[in-house]
Design a protein around this ligand. Structure first.
Ligand SMILES: Cc1cc2nc3c(=O)[nH]c(=O)nc-3n(C[C@H](O)[C@H](O)[C@H](O)COP(=O)(O)OP(=O)(O)OC[C@H]3O[C@@H](n4cnc5c(N)ncnc54)[C@H](O)[C@@H]3O)c2cc1C
Ligand code: FES
Length: 281
């Protein structure tokens, strides 16, 4: 597999092994990419050239959903939302796809064996959290991990079976009450945390719609959890920290007349941030 240096990043020609629809409008792709699979940590993403031509010019970012380090493969889970994803889903097995990555920082899994971990997934936010779940189980044991997975309806729940197959306690929430807890996954999180007198050994990880993560951040702050990390999916252009197209306001220690915030690049400084540092707008 040829590989071309691109500054500090690398572009890889990855062979599509298989690609299929896992639920209406949601696709799973499996690709070869030993360097990506072996170098990646949960929460990182790749930037994919969705067509063989230069139109569209910009690559599209997708989280790593799983990696198999031994086989040198990785997978992506994506929703068809526009032209880029429509082009991506037309690739067939054996096609070569240009991929840049792994990019971004990834989740911090902590260093305390006493900590418990709650993963809160909304819609396609389940993609990076699936990889995270693997990593948490490997590092701390699945019995330390709980997954709360939410969607608009039963059909819109992603990775629920896979989370259960990991052996982690998994609870589902649907907005329309068609399955599991009837309500938002954030309400399910609230109920979990309300049951505890002390949440200081809890580490929370979340990815999903912006409003959902903002609510996760609020609940975690109210309960003073040990750590609450969210993976942002701001729109991106270059994906490698050059264009500042993906910036996010992040709190910082104010000095003199300096504002108490600064812009961080989601692609290079994130996509994972401590939720308490984000200025939610
Ligand atoms: C770090 C990162 C990781 C991501 N991981 C995944 C993933 O694992 N699976 C997945 O399905 N998607 C993921 N996304 C979102 C994905 O990149 C976009 O859905 C995709 O680029 C849309 O391309 P498109 O050409 O099909 O749609 P476009 O034609 O570009 O847009 C179609 C619609 O989608 C909206 N949209 C585009 N980009 C985003 C975005 N970043 N966030 C919210 N809405 C957007 C547009 O506003 C528009 O309404 C991720 C984004 C980032 C930044
Ligand atoms: S997308 Fe260009 S700096 Fe982040």
């Amino acid at each position: 597999m040829p590989n071309t240096p691109c500054g500090m990043k690398s572009i890889y020609d990855c062979k599509l092994i298989e690609q299929h629809e896992v639920s209406p409008g949601v696709w799973l792709s499996k690709l070869t990419g030993p360097e990506i699979a072996r170098g990646a940590v949960a929460g990182q993403f790749v930037n994919v050239q969705v067509a063989k031509t230069t139109d569209p010019l910009l690559r599209r970012p997708f989280s790593l959903h799983a990696v198999d380090r031994e086989k040198g493969t990785f997978s992506l889970l994506y929703v068809l939302v526009g032209r880029g994803t429509a082009l991506l889903h037309r690739y067939v097995s054996g096609d070569i796809i240009s991929v840049v990555g792994p990019l971004g920082n990834g989740f911090d899994l902590g260093d305390s064996p006493d900590a418990e971990h709650i993963v809160v997934a909304g819609g396609c936010g389940a993609a990076p959290l699936h990889f995270l779940c693997d990593s948490l189980c490997e590092k701390w044991g699945c019995e330390k991990v709980t997954v709360l997975v939410g969607g608009k309806s039963k059909d819109a729940l992603l990775c629920e079976d896979e989370f259960r197959e990991h052996g982690v306690l998994t609870e589902a929430a649907t907005d329309d009450a068609s399955y599991g807890y009837g309500g938002f996954v954030t309400q399910l999180l609230q109920a979990h945390l309300d049951k505890r007198s002390d949440a200081s050994n809890l580490r929370i990880y979340s990815c999903g719609p912006h409003g959902m993560m903002r609510e996760v951040a609020r609940i975690c702050s109210e309960h003073e959890v040990q750590s609450c990390q969210v993976s942002l999916e701001n729109k991106m252009a270059c994906g490698i920290g050059v264009c500042t197209g993906c910036i996010q306001k992040i709190k910082k220690q104010s000095q003199g007349c300096d504002p108490a915030w600064e812009y961080k690049r989601v692609c290079a400084d994130g996509p994972v941030f401590e939720a308490e540092n984000i200025i939610w707008e």
